[in-house]
Design a protein around this ligand. Structure first.
Ligand code: S3P
Length: 444
């Protein structure tokens, strides 16, 4: 276990980042591993699980609905599932903390079970839109009562048998796709999701691994994912690969701090997640991939990143879904590149743990960066490698990725950058500050 991230931190330049990083487990895959293992009949084991607050919220919810979930002293998690259709009525409200993925995917599961559940969360989560999952789940027959604006707290009353639907995603969202597919697991017939723009496909990959009948077809309308309902999931042994969204901070930090040379081990290289690497390479970053292999049905590699002068780019909007969580880190890279980087087509950033366009615009401009805010992104005038001014305290707005991105910015600021509340880092990367200290010890 790692010490809890501090309330407020000051990050000042420390010299180059050097050494090896062992990444925490992928957050998206960790949530799904716990959920699907809880729906299998028998015991699954999971290694490499992300032990962050978001994933622990999923574990607590699955326990509240009947699964037995234990962590061994060696860090292996053992899950005894209840079977599809076997979820039990939770005794109290499900506390989702900061986690949108837990909320939206579990709403899908509850929607087709003969139970009802109240979902509650922190101030950040309670401001996020749930209408995008309420709409298809209501079409499948779930009865959902939400707070004004389709927000948390909300109550889902499942229907058995639920009604299979064919649903075209109106927003590029793996959470919405997954919510519908998970509801489809306990629904008679075939539930189909059509995604015009591909989003992360961990649910499809892992459900196939658990023995669900799931078919994916590329059509003119997009990817069609069909899940056969009343599925029987077989218990599995799962190794969770490292989180590329956590790797993002080291990819950017090592690229912008002169003299850096970092090896990042065990990064998930699923093509629906590698947009940041593609964007940084377009900016002339020096990132090499070695030791390509497969872990738990996902492509994995080690990444070697060295400092390199970055060049501004127009970020291709079609990369957005495959780097949606990495924009805060990318904006910091853009602030250090030569020229004006334009990142548009990423309006979904407005409804993440914070409004990441507004939060990063405020934080970076306070730190001395010149930028223009658009409704769907930022244009950032890079310094060509000169340090940003810093000397400010920025607001993380209960958003882990803002806190980590601005910590990286502190490494290239003349005066330290303060972060008002770094505790949300524990949702996805409890070891972040320990790892930062190991790669680049603070100067006294
Ligand atoms: C996730 C999907 C993405 C991403 C989130 C995790 C998932 O959200 O931002 O951090 O695990 O399915 P959207 O589905 O809202 O794009």
């Amino acid at each position: 276990m790692h010490p809890a991230p501090p309330l407020s931190v000051q990050i000042a330049p420390r010299g180059p980042l050097t050494g090896d990083v062992t990444l925490p487990g992928d957050k998206s895959i960790s949530h799904r591993a716990l959920m699907f293992a809880s729906l299998a009949v028998g015991r699954s084991t999971i290694t490499g699980l992300l032990e962050g607050e978001d994933v622990l919220a999923t574990a607590a919810a699955m326990r509240a609905m009947g699964a037995t979930i234990e962590r061994g002293d060696d860090g292996t998690w053992r899950v005894d599932g209840v079977g599809v259709g076997g979820l039990l009525q939770p005794a109290g409200a499900l506390d989702m903390g900061n986690s949108g993925t837990s909320t939206r995917l579990l709403m899908g599961l509850v929607a087709s079970h003969a139970i009802h559940a109240t979902f509650a969360g922190d101030a950040s989560l309670s401001g996020r839109p749930m209408g995008r999952v309420i709409e298809p789940l209501a079409a499948m027959g779930a009865d959902i009562t939400a707070s004004p604006g389709g927000r948390l707290p909300l109550m889902v009353r499942g229907l058995v048998p639920a009604v299979p639907i064919e649903y075209t995603l109106p927003v590029a969202s793996a959470q919405v796709k997954s919510a519908v597919l998970l509801a489809g697991l306990n629904t008679p017939g075939i539930t189909r999701v059509i995604e015009p723009v591909p989003t992360r496909d961990h649910s499809e990959r892992m459900l196939a691994g658990f023995g669900a009948r799931i078919e994916v077809e590329e059509t003119a309308a997009g990817r069609v994912i069909a899940v056969h309902g009343e599925a029987e999931l077989q218990p599995q042994t799962i190794a969770v690969p490292g989180d590329p969204s956590s790797a993002a901070f080291w990819l950017v930090a090592a690229s912008i701090v002169p003299g850096s040379h970092v090896t990042i081990r065990n990064a998930c290289m699923n093509p629906t997640r590698t947009g940041l690497i593609a964007a940084l390479r377009l900016m002339d970053a020096d990132i090499a991939e070695t030791n390509a292999r497969s872990v738990g049905g996902e492509p994995v590699a080690d990444l070697v990143v060295r400092h390199a002068p970055l060049t501004a780019i127009e970020v291709p909007p079609d990369l957005a879904p495959s780097m949606i969580d990495e924009y805060p880190a990318l904006f910091v890279a853009a602030a250090m590149a030569e020229g004006v980087t334009v990142a548009r087509g990423a309006h979904e950033l407005r409804v993440k743990e914070s409004d990441r366009i507004a939060t990063m615009a405020a934080a970076l401009s306070a730190a001395g960066v010149t930028l223009t805010e658009h409704y769907d992104g930022l244009s950032i005038t890079g310094s060509g490698g000169a340090p940003m001014t810093g000397g400010v305290q920025i607001a993380s707005k209960l958003d882990h990725r803002i806190a980590m991105a601005m910590a990286v910015a502190g490494l290239v600021a003349t005066d330290a950058i303060g972060i008002d509340d770094a505790r949300p880092v524990a949702t996805s990367y409890p070891a972040f500050f320990t790892t930062l200290d190991a790669l680049a010890p603070p100067r006294d």
